[in-house]
Design a protein around this ligand. Structure first.
Ligand code: IFM
Length: 477
């Protein structure tokens, strides 16, 4: 989000003990970890898996830092037992995993690929055997390449294909999995994938990006309706990456810029999902690039299908000021060229991703959600964590910045709960260092260090801290 240089400090941050933080969490609060298929599985040519847009993109010269790919990643496909054992050692209640669509339907449609189905079935059994609840995300960005070749998310048919795939996964795993997340961060799929080209499939087209956003949410709603029709007792949600947005100054132009920024980062997704409408300024903001004719009668009823929970991923706040558009001609503008900037501030603590750290932003975001959407379903924080410049010294990784980050955000969440937001749980991103998309392997978010040469896993200090937190929260420490 920010282009500024990264300056992670190595001082030990002040943080309370895990026990003190655990005591602040609401009763029944769930603690977990999250990972995603392409970032960890590897084995891209095994078990009949089809090609995804991330296989194509990561093999495109210049697309990913150092030309890195997810071909091997953490080799989780072969080492999942070891990884589940790490989760069991951590003591987490739940694991948020994602299913790779091309492992189950290599071309995005048609019969199930048995070897792919068997892999996820074994993984789910392993989790249940360890007393860990699987929370399954159906789409964490690995669209089958065949569907992209047929037009991808800018095309309405992809939403229908997604709903079919969702039911297929439910038929396979629904006897053991009852908690489902349709999409992870449709903002990234639509805006980074089809708008800025930073992510797969690497398209830069504002109109197609907005159509993709709509069809992603349509696919979400169709999937929820179809899955709920099959299992009324399941829990169905979507994960949105959202930002608490504020203007950097009180100047009218900065406040207007903040509103535009809010529309793109939050409202374009929260309004169709939580209110069954589009943000009031969307049509005006992007009138030069689309007439929104991809929105058909009845679609917004579908996108706003009833949810059992809202998944929220939070990493950083947006402090917005007005700047000139990069492209003067509105018809040629990128989807995110809204005349806004989110600069780093002088006293910002900044992660290895270049993102400013603001734990209280999570509280503000939660309160904003509740105030904006009175019928807000219970919230799960489905991702939150920090990339650090971890180093192995004498066989150990000391990562106090990550501990401080997680601790601070959990405390902010406890405050949001006290302010009346129904927050049910928190999944830290992530268990293993993994493939961080366009940034490759150099950005480490894990509680567990991975040596990508040997695949050795080494729990970091944050792993011990999180284990202590989980045990203290469970009252069993
Ligand atoms: O690694 C990603 C994840 O796949 C989606 N949410 C943000 C994380 C950190 O960038």
């Amino acid at each position: 989000m920010n282009d500024a240089a990264t300056t992670t400090t190595r001082q030990r941050p002040e943080h309370a003990s895990a026990r003190e933080t655990a005591a602040l969490l609401p009763a029944g609060f769930e603690l977990g970890v999250a990972m995603a298929s392409y970032q960890i599985e590897g084995a891209v040519h095994e078990g009949g898996r089809g090609r995804s847009i991330w296989d194509t993109f990561s093999h495109t010269p210049g697309a990913v830092a150092r030309g890195e790919t997810g071909d091997v990643a953490c080799d989780h496909y072969h080492r999942y037992r070891e990884d589940v054992a790490l989760m069991a050692e951590l003591g987490v209640d739940a694991y948020r995993l994602s299913v790779a669509w091309p492992r189950l339907q290599p071309d995005g449609t048609g019969p199930v690929n048995r070897a792919g189905a068997d892999f996820y079935s074994r993984l789910v059994d392993e989790l249940l055997g360890a007393g860990i609840t699987p929370v399954v995300t159906l789409y964490h960005w690995d669209l089958p390449q065949a569907l992209e070749d047929a037009g991808g998310w800018p095309v309405r048919d992809t939403a229908l294909r997604f709903a079919d795939y969702a039911v297929t996964v439910q038929e396979l795993l629904g006897d053991r999995v009852h908690r489902w997340i349709t999409l992870n961060e449709p903002y990234c799929s639509a805006v980074l994938g089809y708008g800025t080209g930073r992510h797969a499939p690497g398209v830069r087209d504002a109109g197609r990006s907005l159509a993709a956003a709509h069809h992603l949410l349509l696919g979400h709603g169709l999937a929820v309706e179809a899955m709920r029709g099959r299992d009324r007792d399941g829990d169905y949600g979507i994960t949105l990456n959202l930002e608490p947005v504020s203007a950097l100054t009180d100047r009218e132009e900065d406040r207007a810029a903040a509103r535009r920024s809010l529309t793109l980062s939050n409202l374009l997704f929260t309004e169709p999902v939580l209110a069954g409408t589009y943000p009031e300024d969307a049509r005006r903001l992007w009138s030069a690039v689309t007439d929104f004719s991809f929105v058909r009668d009845g679609d917004l009823e579908t996108t706003s299908a009833e949810l059992d929970f809202l998944g929220v991923n939070y990493y950083f706040p947006a402090r917005v000021r007005a700047v000139p558009h990069r492209e003067p001609d509105p018809a040629l503008r990128a989807v995110d060229d809204l005349g806004v900037a989110t600069p780093l501030l002088a006293d910002d603590e900044v992660t290895e991703m270049g993102w400013p750290v603001e734990a209280d932003g999570l509280r503000r975001l939660m309160v904003w959600l509740r105030e904006t959407y009175p019928a807000l379903p219970p919230v799960l924080v489905t991702e939150n964590g920090r990339a650090c410049a971890d180093v192995v010294v004498d066989g150990a990784v000391d990562d106090p910045e990550r501990i401080g980050y997680i601790d601070g955000h959990l405390r902010a969440l406890a405050q949001a709960a006290e302010a009346g937001v129904e927050v049910r749980g928190y999944f830290t991103w992530t268990l293993l260092d993994n493939f961080e998309w366009a940034e490759g392997y150099a950005r480490r978010f894990g509680l567990v260090h991975v040596d990508f040469e040997t695949q050795a896993r080494l729990p970091k200090a944050s792993f011990s801290w999180y284990r202590e937190l989980v045990a203290a929260r469970a009252g069993s420490a």
